[in-house]
Ligand binder design. Structure first.
Ligand SMILES: [Zn+2]
Length: 312
């Protein structure tokens, strides 16, 4: 497959026209997924492959398996075509007052449940600055920030005032994931450390089959069928060979220090934006000022698909 010089559509009409071409959709997503390095097999990482024109898929010449551009991205497991996905992304990125899943469903002729799923995944991509899920070895951990009511959700605050919360009351809970290979983090402000919530975030962000290291929190029970899940029990030890969450702990320390040192207060409603900002700077710590600026500029222009390409 050749990469084409693709110029982004400037209107919804144009987006619909441009993205009606499956080859263009494939080029755009492949560019966002693999950048200038080009496709590699999701199973064995081989870069030797042949392109199956009729199926718009690749065949790995080493492990002989076929792979689609969707694997390891927010589009994974979705039967919806890339034409509709890219139009949905265009709509979400460019509707200044936001767009509901009802509108997406009507515009793209998908069910409302499908549209809700798509919007959810697209927001994840915007929040993380990439359509790709984490791969390889991933650390997952939770931390408590503050102790001041100012970090809490309004309803969590109400619960606390009514005395219905346990020992972690008054603290904001942040759930984080760190991809070892790239050293990049993703953070989420969560209401509680519930199994359903934490595992949904893991599934939305980490490719199935990845190695996942967590502490002994019960909420992680049951991830073993999808991930190579290993637990380090912090009651016993903090490091068990390669199985540890130390790099994420280092990030938590930096985060807490900067909250204490730089910011007098972070309003609860803005905590997630603050986390995004801190994660972005941490993730791009090896980039130059100009590169960081270009990345932010790309994001503001609703061109997150070029995230990787900006780095050249
Ligand atoms: Zn392969």
């Amino acid at each position: 497959m050749e990469s084409t010089n693709f110029s982004y559509p400037s209107s919804l009409m144009e987006a619909i026209r441009v993205f009606s071409d499956p080859q263009i959709c494939l080029n755009v997503v492949a560019g966002a997924k693999w950048g200038s390095k080009g496709p590699s097999c999701p199973r064995c990482q081989s870069k030797r492959h042949s392109f199956l024109k009729t199926r718009l898929m690749w065949k790995c010449l080493d492990c002989q398996k076929q792979f689609s551009v969707k694997v390891g991205t927010i589009f994974e497991d979705s039967p919806v075509g890339l034409d509709k996905w890219l139009c949905a992304m265009w709509l979400v990125a460019n509707c200044k007052n936001g767009i509901s899943s009802y509108e997406i469903a009507r515009d793209l002729k998908v069910t409302q449940a499908t549209a809700w799923f798509m919007v959810h995944r697209i927001r994840y991509a915007m929040h993380n600055g990439t359509i790709n899920k984490m791969t390889g070895t991933v650390e997952a951990d939770e931390t408590f920030i503050g102790g001041a009511a100012r970090f809490m959700h309004a309803d969590a605050k109400a619960e606390k005032l009514q005395g219905r919360r346990g020992g972690t009351q008054g603290k904001a809970i942040v759930f984080g994931l760190l991809e070892r290979e790239t050293g990049k983090v993703r953070t989420h402000h969560v209401r509680a450390r519930r199994k359903g919530d934490l595992q949904a975030i893991v599934r939305d962000n980490v490719t199935a089959g990845a190695a996942l290291y967590t502490d002994a929190l019960k909420s992680y029970d049951g991830l073993d069928s999808e991930y190579a899940h290993k637990v380090v029990d912090h009651a016993e030890t903090y490091v068990d060979g390669v199985v540890h969450t130390n790099r994420l702990e280092n990030f938590w320390a930096l985060l807490k220090r900067s909250i204490k040192g730089t910011y007098v207060s972070v309003e609860p409603f803005h905590l997630f934006r603050y986390l995004d900002e801190q994660s972005f700077r941490y993730n791009e710590r090896h980039s130059t000022d100009a590169e960081r600026f270009a990345l932010v500029l790309g994001a503001i222009a609703g061109k997150r698909l070029t995230y990787k390409q900006v780095r050249g």
